[in-house]
Design a protein around this ligand. Structure first.
Ligand SMILES: [Fe+2]
Length: 267
């Protein structure tokens, strides 16, 4: 992140510094004495750095990145349509991200890992909770989708069987949670300390990492049930959207999250 920001900032610096360089090729400057030209170059370079240096420092302070999609906007057709993906990713998600950055700009939260922010999110402005949640929840959501769904890895299936009886029972419970969200929100498969998996839902852009959530734990699977996630294609039929969701889940990502939770959460 820091290296990427420095690269961008360096390009900007070159661009800014080229303006005065080209200016000296203008005829109006050709008549100046050489010594005056060098003085002018020196002043402009210093002035340019005065503008650029704070920009570099500001970029370096932010650790929260907007994620790239691992697939094209039309890749999840026919289950999630291209126009919905375009609006959802490029407008809604990007909007949450930009507002989140605005909410934390110049504060220590710009360099605080997002999970740590969520652990004490009740202490912060509601814009941090709403837009930080919107930024992070969508990141999880895109990651746990794929156009090339495989089978459920053995370790994940074993954990699901242990907590819910079998995969079908888990799907039924998760679908019920997603259908039951009143208004806007999310459905979750969550890992709790000790290794138990549970299904829960949250309102608005809350998530199970937040200290405001009733059911807390590490998110393994996320489903966005805001109307902006499905209304263009499914209108009021949220149940059909949920049924399609099961066709595009990246079980390998869910299994990786489970493995990480197993290795890092207290038993
Ligand atoms: Fe969304």
């Amino acid at each position: 992140m820091k290296r990427a920001c420095k690269t961008i900032a360096s390009k900007r610096m070159i661009k800014i510094m080229r303006v005065p360089y080209y200016a000296f090729e203008n005829k109006s400057f050709n008549s100046m004495e050489s010594v005056n030209k060098f003085k002018m170059i020196f002043i402009i370079i210093i002035a340019s750095m005065a503008f650029v240096a704070p920009a570099i420092a500001q970029n370096d302070k932010n650790i929260h990145e907007f994620p790239e999609l691992n697939y094209s906007l039309d890749a999840l057709e026919p289950y999630i349509d291209t126009e919905t993906m375009n609006l959802h990713y490029n407008k809604h998600h990007r909007g949450y991200y930009n507002k989140f950055l605005a909410a934390i700009e110049g504060t220590e939260l710009a360099t605080t890992p997002i999970n740590e922010i969520f652990y004490s999110v009740s202490q912060y402005d509601k814009n941090v909770r709403n837009n930080g949640g919107g930024y992070y929840n969508h990141k999880l959501f895109w990651e746990n989708l794929t156009p090339e769904q495989g089978s459920i890895p053995a370790d994940l299936k074993s954990a699901i069987d242990k907590s819910f009886g079998n995969v079908d029972a888990f799907k039924e419970k998760f679908s019920e949670a997603a259908s039951s969200v009143f208004g806007s929100g999310w459905a979750w498969l969550v890992y709790q300390p000790g290794g138990k998996l549970v299904v829960t839902s949250t309102s608005n852009q809350d998530n199970p990492l937040m200290d405001v959530s009733e059911m807390r734990g590490m998110p393994l699977l996320a489903l966005d049930v805001w109307e902006h996630a499905y209304y263009l294609k499914y209108q009021n039929k949220r149940g059909d959207y949920i049924s399609s969701f099961w066709k595009v889940i990246n079980w390998d990502v869910v299994a990786d999250r489970l493995k990480f939770a197993d290795e890092n959460c207290p038993k």
